[in-house]
Ligand binder design. Structure first.
Ligand code: 8X3
Length: 259
């Protein structure tokens, strides 16, 4: 018997959070190229509008919607625009600081929990009815290898990403039997324009040290490629979890550097 194919991507909507840069922007580009109508959300209006224009000019279908995923009222308002949605990619998030537990700033910890966990919760809760109504929905949670093991100086981010991982795993248990699958993508070292820079408060030297001597860290496109592959599998195939690292990274703490 032939496996049922995934419904055609054409005219299906894919919402991507944090689509203004890095993995989110790359994912929006690749999903658009795969035939999805992409809805780009992020706080930075100019960036997503520019990307939407670029995609539309290339013959794809894209819209920009300015959204802070931690603002529940705004997320609920956003969700009223959709009756059905095919795909939600929860990408918004990030790291703040790399301090030890003894001296880490509680404000950073709180903010990381807000963006990586509550932000994902807000958007997933608000769009779950539309994902279910589509008859074939996919929720993607971008966690991290930090959601699967710790490292010194990482606890605040590691704790938040463990939260994102638990959200994905629990949601999958709770909605089994509904037409929605939950995919967790957990990247390791990805070199993007902003991740490390944001983490170190704009300190470009510290940010550069993260990737120093690493031959080929993952790129945003590598991760977007994986996300796009996972969401375009036939509907009955649920890629529960993918951990992805560059070849030079054997674990969260074991990285080969040519120095
Ligand atoms: C990014 C991976 O190693 O910086 O999510 O925590 S790491």
């Amino acid at each position: 018997m032939t496996a049922p194919a995934a419904p055609a991507a054409a005219s299906r909507i894919a919402v991507v959070t944090g689509a203004s840069s890095g993995i989110g922007a790359a994912t929006a580009r690749q999903l658009a190229a795969a035939g999805y109508r992409v809805v780009l959300t992020a706080r930075r209006k100019d960036r997503i509008e520019e990307l939407a224009e670029e995609l539309n000019a290339a013959g794809h279908q894209a819209t920009a919607y300015t959204l802070d995923v931690t603002d529940r009222a705004a997320v609920d308002e956003f969700a009223t625009a959709f009756r059905t949605i095919g795909v939600l990619v929860n990408n918004a998030g990030g790291a703040l600081g790399a301090d030890p537990v003894a001296t880490g700033d509680p404000a950073d910890w709180r903010q990381m929990y807000e963006t990586n966990v509550i932000g994902t919760l807000n958007v997933t809760q608000a769009l779950l009815p539309a994902l279910t109504a589509s008859g074939d929905g996919t929720v993607v949670v971008l966690s991290s290898t930090a959601g699967h093991g710790t490292y010194e100086g990482g606890a605040g981010y590691v704790a938040a990403k463990h939260g994102a991982h638990v959200l994905a795993e629990t949601l999958r248990l709770e909605i089994v039997g509904t037409p929605v699958r939950v995919i967790e993508i957990a990247p390791g070292m990805v070199k993007t324009d902003e991740f490390a820079l944001t983490r170190f408060g704009g300190d470009a030297d510290k940010a550069a040290q993260v990737y120093e001597g690493v031959a080929n860290p993952l790129t945003a496109d590598d991760v977007a490629d994986t996300i796009t592959w996972a969401v375009t599998r036939p509907s009955h195939v649920n890629i529960d979890l993918m951990l992805i690292r560059p070849r030079a990274q054997a674990s969260n703490t074991k990285v080969h550097r040519d120095l």
